[in-house]
Design a protein around this ligand. Structure first.
Ligand code: NAD
Length: 500
């Protein structure tokens, strides 16, 4: 069954057609048990674009029971062979590509991200399903030598019912990366998309509904974090939680998981540095310093939000970065500008409050620092690309995740100083190093405390295959790549005596 999520009318401001959507439980499209709904807003315009069910504890319970029944049923692990799981995921990847225009438009409208970035997200989603489809029948165990007469082997089994809490900044990518790995390894999933951006998750459910995946293996409950999200994390019958959120929410979730002794994979935020040395390829470094902070209007956990530049080239380098930032085009997501709107008034006000602090502390605003008015989109929340200089490395602005197009500049004299600055936050997600001195690059890569290091690039094209996750308060556990398969499997050891 399909539920139409999008029509041309959604794009035109004068003819906004609010869609009434349902969520997906046990292979059925359902309303919330309470009948309540959440209104979804287009951040580019402030217009209402859809209403989705406001799922609560009861809906979560329904979804978890459905997932449990599906997981335990003979129709899943006994009769649905591993390579058949792979076929389903391949089919999903193909369908994502078939309707990529619709998905990209939907993501651009729902998140406000520039259309070309939404296309990149949709392609990444397809790639996750392809990548993990190939792994479905390659989850191998080992034989372990014990002694004559005993054969000992390990089996990697699915962990059971997996909970997935999705953030609002990269909905289709983040849901795809964890759901693809969980289903490839034989789990049943309950997904709670962010209340602000649930649309592509529901579209993905529609895609799955047209495959042979048994009912109940994928369930999507829309609802608020404090209600549906919290109920899912506290549910006694889930076996794993995958979470991409803020540090504060991450702590709440870990406490809930502790009550049921449930493992968690936590991807929290970052305050990631680009470290620029005087001997680097300046043009490439400028391009990526700018890209890494403006992507999705800076609302990216791995955003390069700190720029550390060698003092001898700082002024000229930063002037060029600031000029480039100033020239960027800000506008509504579907118009494919360089920078789209901020997701919501709440996020917008958060960015504004950081800028107020900057002003109060006498920090230099090289460019930006203000709201932007876009004609015809007065209800949207736009913020100018901003570069801040002369910042105390220990102050709030240097330490906390702003989650907006705001770049903070620092300078260093020596490699040791660069390292100290790079490691001087509670986060540790990504580090960019720009230098042509390969020995120095490796020395720093060895000493920085972050889960990913990019030398003379930033992001390496998305990195479906690369393990991704944090050091320190950026979280723990790794998503993406083969490493993610460990999250969704548990190891059983079997010892069999065949002779005395
Ligand atoms: P949040 O952490 O509150 O929400 C993100 C997701 O968690 C949503 O799906 C939400 O419904 C869910 N959630 C919220 N409270 C929950 C709870 N108690 N139990 C279970 N699920 C819950 O983030 P926010 O308020 O939307 O954004 C605040 C800040 O978080 C941002 O400014 C940014 O710094 C950070 N953030 C980081 C990422 C990331 O990619 N690491 C993503 C989103 C937000």
């Amino acid at each position: 069954m399909k539920q139409s999520l999008i029509g041309q009318s959604v794009f035109g401001r004068e003819h906004v057609d609010v869609k009434m959507l349902k969520m997906y439980v046990n292979g059925e499209w359902v309303d919330s048990i309470s009948g309540k709904t959440i209104t979804v807003i287009n951040p580019s315009t402030g217009d209402e674009i859809a209403k989705v069910p406001m799922g609560n504890k009861e809906d979560i319970d329904h979804a978890v029971r459905s997932a449990r029944m599906a997981f335990e049923s003979e129709g899943w692990l006994q009769n649905f062979r591993p390579h058949e799981r792979g076929y389903v995921l391949l089919e999903v990847a193909a369908k994502i590509r078939e309707i990529k225009d619709e998905l990209a438009q939907l993501e651009a409208i729902d998140v406000g991200k520039p259309l070309s970035q939404a296309y990149v997200d949709v392609e990444a989603a397809a790639r996750y399903f392809e990548y993990y489809s190939g792994m479905a029948d390659k989850i191998l165990g080992e034989t372990i030598p014990i002694e004559y007469g005993i054969i000992d082997y390990t089996v990697r089994e699915p962990i059971g019912v997996t909970a997935h809490i999705i953030p609002w900044n990269y909905p289709i990518q983040i849901i795809s990366r964890s759901v693809a790995a969980a289903i490839a390894t034989g789990n049943a999933c309950v997904v709670k998309p962010a209340e602000d951006t649930p649309l592509t998750a529901l579209k993905l459910a529609e895609i799955f509904s047209e495959t042979k995946l048994p009912k109940g293996i994928l369930n999507i409950i829309t609802g608020y974090g404090y209600e549906a999200g919290a109920a899912l994390c506290k549910h006694h019958d889930i076996n794993h939680i995958t979470f991409t959120v803020s540090v504060a929410t991450g702590m709440t979730v870990m406490k809930a998981a502790a009550e049921n002794i449930v493992p968690v994979t936590l991807e929290l935020g970052g305050k990631s540095p680009n470290i620029v040395f005087s001997d680097c390829d300046e043009e490439a470094a400028i391009e990526w310093v700018v890209k890494s902070i403006i992507q999705n209007a800076g609302q990216t956990c791995s955003a390069g939000s700190r720029l550390l530049v060698e003092a001898s080239v700082k002024d000229q380098f930063v002037a060029k970065v600031a000029r480039r930032m100033k020239e960027l085009k800000v506008g509504p997501g579907v118009a494919d500008p360089d920078i789209g709107p901020i997701l919501s008034q709440k996020q917008f006000e958060r960015i504004e409050s950081f800028i107020e602090t900057a002003k109060a502390e006498g920090i230099t605003i090289l460019t930006g620092g203000t709201a932007v008015e876009i004609e015809g989109c007065e209800g949207g929340w736009y913020f100018a690309p901003t570069v801040l200089d002369h910042i105390d490395p220990d102050c709030k602005l240097a330490q906390e995740e702003i989650f907006g197009p705001v770049l903070s500049v620092f300078s260093f004299e020596t490699e040791e100083e660069a390292l100290e600055l790079a490691n001087n936050t509670e986060y540790g997600l990504v580090t960019g190093i720009w230098t042509n001195d390969v020995k120095r690059a490796h020395r720093l890569a060895n000493k920085v405390r972050s889960g990913q290091v990019f030398i003379n690039n930033y992001g390496a094209g998305g990195g479906i295959q690369m393990p991704f996750g944090g050091y320190k308060k950026s979280g723990f556990g790794r998503e993406k790549g083969l490493e993610a398969l460990r999250n969704y499997t548990q190891l059983k050891n079997v010892a069999l005596r065949y002779d005395k």
